[in-house]
Design a protein around this ligand. Structure first.
Ligand code: HEM
Ligand code: NAG
Ligand code: NAG
Length: 329
């Protein structure tokens, strides 16, 4: 055999081995096609029931997946309950507002009945987040599967979540540490088209922007008429009594009106407003806000969600397949 061919044969055998090894650690759309062929149908059927009974759960379920992926990767660590000696992620400060845990258990129970010990909670949550978007009239995208569940959840690690008062450098750094770029940041912020927020998440913009702690200490980047309106829903820095929609008027519909609010300086969080302070993110906000590029936003959102769903995943024989999502096996 001529040397050149020998070399290439060796090369192709070893690159095949690399490919196979990689495939083993890669998520795949058809991961459960033999082990649990109806997984997506089962999730969708339950999600239809959940969302038709409580349309406002679409936002919380999408947010749960995001909080899962940004702490320890998408390993369902956000779903674990605290135990005797350990305070879990869901009981940390940003916890007060996480919802939808019961719905995840409900879907997981259906899957355990159909295919015991097979489908991870991390995959269940990823599929539920996608279906939440679809059922809110947003885009569909194929979800790659094969995530495994982690065995650790620590409240102390939730500092890795982006803070509501973060500016672009702070947010970009947190996104970058998850392999997500500025485009992902501005696209995924579009998730704020769904759902609601509690006053402490934005009250500093109304009452204590520069630390003066007075009703006149308002964030100048917030439309002043809108600030006055918000003060009716958020009466003090600690008021927890009422919730506000981030995309008022269509908070149960996945659409591009969030960007029109941001452009009008009516983004609810400082993080939303910050998107106007950087050329890349501002251009995107302005473009999508025209309402002429809804398809583009839907495609971008699908792409960025797929990227986010890949963050730090456990695969192969890492982690475990939890039987119940709130407790390790
Ligand atoms: C860019 C950084 C982000 C920041 C600073 C941020 C911050 C927040 C805050 C403070 C709330 C309100 C919590 C409350 O007061 O109840 C919230 C809600 C929400 N966030 Fe984000 N978020 C970010 C990115 C994301 C991403 C990437 C997603 C999903 C892809 C997302 C989805 C949601 C949803 C759906 C809600 C509404 C939840 C509900 O209705 O209960 N957010 N976010
Ligand atoms: C988390 O929320 C629970 C109520 O659901 C509360 O009792 C607990 O103190 C909260 N933990 C933190 C650290 O805020
Ligand atoms: C107001 O803001 C200052 C500076 O950010 C902070 O130190 C202080 O705790 C805030 N006051 C309240 C009541 O939250």
């Amino acid at each position: 055999m001529p040397t050149i061919m020998k070399c290439c044969l060796v090369l192709s055998v070893s690159s095949l081995a690399v490919l196979l090894a990689a495939a083993d650690h890669q998520l795949r759309v058809d991961y459960y096609s033999k082990k649990c062929p109806n997984v997506e149908v089962i999730v969708r059927e339950e999600m239809e029931k959940i969302i038709s009974a409580a349309p406002s759960l679409a936002g919380p379920l999408l947010r749960l997946h995001f909080h899962d992926c940004f702490v320890r990767g998408c390993d369902a660590s956000v779903l674990l309950s605290s135990t005797g000696g350990n305070m879990a992620e869901r009981d940390a400060n940003p916890n007060k507002s996480l919802r939808g845990f019961g719905s995840v258990e409900r879907v997981k129970a259906k899957l355990e009945a159909a295919c015991p010990n097979t489908v991870s909670c991390a995959d269940v949550l990823t599929l539920m987040a996608r279906d939440a978007v679809v059922l809110a009239k947003g885009p569909f995208w194929p979800v790659t599967l094969g995530r495994r569940d982690g065995r650790v959840s620590s409240a102390a690690e939730t500092y890795q979540l982006p803070p509501a008062n973060g500016d672009i450098p702070v947010l970009a750094k947190i996104f970058a540490s998850n392999g997500l770029d500025l485009k992902d940041l501005v696209v995924l912020s579009g998730a704020h088209t769904l759902g609601t927020a509690h006053c402490p998440s934005y009250a500093d913009r109304l009452y204590n922007f520069t630390g003066k702690n007075s009703a006149a200490d308002v964030d100048p980047s917030l439309d002043s008429e809108y600030a006055d309106k918000l003060k009716n829903k958020c009466r003090s820095l600690t008021d927890m009594s009422m919730i506000s929609e981030m995309d008022p008027g269509s908070y149960k519909t996945f659409d591009t009106s969030y960007y029109r609010h941001v452009v009008k300086r009516r983004g609810l969080f400082y993080s939303d407003a910050s998107l106007l302070t950087d050329a890349t993110t501002r251009d995107y906000v302005q473009r999508i806000a025209t309402g002429k590029f809804d398809d583009e936003f839907f495609r971008d959102f699908s792409e960025s969600m797929t990227k986010m769903g890949n963050v730090g995943v456990l695969t192969g024989d890492e982690g475990e397949i939890r039987k119940k999502c709130y407790v390790i096996n």
